[in-house]
Write a protein that binds this ligand. Structure first.
Ligand SMILES: [Zn+2]
Length: 118
């Protein structure tokens, strides 16, 4: 008699509360279409989320045009907006073209204490 436990992960994603109206530049396609989202990955057994991978959700910039997702810790400009609220958006794109940083694959989830955001 065998039990097949279907283990996997489930990622909850939603707009970060209070930042629904914040739109930032996507560093992948260059459009101002990035939204600040929170992403929380859970370990699932039989599709039931049981254990969170981290104590708090990750904050990401998510683009609805090219479906690019970037951890907000790589976006100091966005963090500035989140801290100050009314920081002006930088004029020109700072994304270096040609420097493909390999965002195609998801990095493995960080085990242990996640970095603390303000
Ligand atoms: Zn994009």
């Amino acid at each position: 008699m065998a039990f097949f436990l279907t283990c996997g992960t489930h990622t909850f994603q939603s707009l970060l509360k209070g930042y629904e109206n914040v739109t930032v530049q996507c560093q992948n396609c260059g459009n101002f279409s990035g939204k600040v989202t929170k992403r929380w990955q859970w370990f699932t057994v039989c599709f039931v989320p049981l254990i969170p991978f981290s104590l708090k959700p990750d904050h990401d910039v998510s683009c609805h045009i090219c479906h690019f997702t970037q951890d907000i810790k790589f976006r100091p400009d966005v963090q500035q907006q989140m801290d100050g609220g009314a920081a002006p958006i930088p004029l020109q794109n700072q994304a270096a073209p040609g420097s493909n940083t390999g965002w195609g694959g998801q990095p493995p989830p960080v085990q242990g204490a996640p970095p603390v955001y303000k």
